[in-house]
Ligand binder design. Structure first.
Ligand code: ATP
Length: 341
């Protein structure tokens, strides 16, 4: 019998609860320091205690996972704590396409995939000397918005960059990617693509609360002007959104174009959960500044189903449960090779 395993962080609770709801055995690769938190939940069948998440690469841990016929569900913590080579060398079958995780981590590849999908992406700026509008400077990889900053000129950029170097957050310009700032309503669009039935499902949408850029709006402009603090975009929480119904058609087309583009560039394509991230501008046009090629933490909102999953399923369907359902169907039909890499 196939089981579901994941790392103890990010969306582990949702993923394992969903697996249990589908009747699958659940395993948690858990750092010792977090064991007491996860012991509170009775839907976790087995704990594999480790000092650090990279231990998942160890032979001993892989063989426990192998004995359990486990499928590893990748999430943001896996991306944040392991480099591409480490992820690609994981022996346990990984749900979805582990090769596409490199395209998420590398901003240049990421841009290429978004352009291939014909998404409307804010322009990237090759050199600080070309800054002539409001831009955002972002670190590579899934830094979760920490240490990102805004600038409108090269001079302002240099000042803020130097501060981050001083604080040891970055080493040089090459640690930063500069992109035009897109203003509007932030929306993080959550999808699931099933390689078994070749269908795309739009699962939900959320908004992120980022500290402490959000706090700026609570401070009068004159106080802001006198502050030399560089606000950051560190994600703290998520809250739900529903979109105007007239936007849904384009939401589906963007997702479908993304799936098609990924099939072309990163075989076997974007299987399983993913997220297209950006803003709706004043014309309700979506500008995509980012994607995540795996489950996002914003899906934790919808453990009982979202306004959109409820339209597709007559039972509570979280993203975690949807993943487990795909695993179950693939396992029953001897098609696990279609849903893992
Ligand atoms: P995560 O891995 O959590 O998705 P990340 O480190 O890959 O984060 P981004 O999602 O690209 O970083 O950016 C973090 C935040 O910065 C976004 O949630 C958004 O608030 C803001 N942001 C990023 N790019 C832009 C942009 N071009 N215009 C406006 N805001 C942006």
């Amino acid at each position: 019998m196939t089981s579901i395993a994941t790392l103890g962080s990010h969306c582990a609770l949702q993923v394992l609860k969903g697996a249990k709801d589908e009747g699958l055995k659940t395993l948690l690769v858990c750092e010792k320091r977090r064991e007491s938190l996860y012991r509170r939940f009775n839907f976790i069948d087995e704990f594999i205690l480790v000092d650090s998440f990279v231990d998942v690469l160890d032979q001993k841990i892989s063989s426990v996972l192998e004995q359990n016929n486990s499928i590893l569900i990748p999430h943001g913590t896996l991306i944040a704590q392991m480099n591409t080579e480490q992820i690609e060398s994981i022996k346990t079958p990984v749900f979805g396409n582990k090769m596409i995780l490199k395209w998420e981590a590398d901003r240049k590849l990421k841009e290429q995939l978004m352009h291939e999908a014909k998404l409307d992406v804010p322009k990237s700026i090759a050199s600080p000397s070309e800054i002539n509008t409001l831009v955002i400077a972002k670190r590579h990889g899934a830094a979760g918005g920490k240490g990102y900053f805004l600038a409108t000129s090269e001079q302002e950029y240099n000042k803020k960059r130097d501060k981050l170097i001083e604080q040891g957050i970055i080493n040089s310009d090459s640690d930063l990617y500069i992109q035009e700032y897109a203003s509007g309503v932030l929306a993080y669009l959550q999808y699931f693509y099933s390689p078994l039935n070749e269908k795309l499902e739009f699962f939900g949408v959320d908004k992120r609360h980022e500290s402490d850029i959000e706090a700026l709006a609570r401070i009068p402009a004159e106080v802001q002007m006198n502050s030399d603090k560089v606000p950051s975009f560190n994600v703290i929480a998520n809250s739900p959104l529903v979109l105007r119904e007239s936007l849904l058609d384009e939401v589906y087309s963007m997702g479908e174009r993304f799936v098609e583009a990924s099939k072309k560039l990163v075989s076997p394509g974007m299987n399983g959960p993913f997220c297209i991230e950006g803003v709706y501008d004043e014309n309700a046009t979506f500008k995509t500044f980012e994607f995540s090629a795996r489950i996002v933490a914003g899906t934790n909102l919808y453990i009982d189903g979202s306004p959109y999953s409820t339209l597709l399923y007559d039972e509570p369907m979280s993203m975690g449960r949807r993943i487990a359902r795909e695993v179950k169907l693939a396992s029953e039909g001897n098609q696990l090779d279609k849903i893992t890499t």
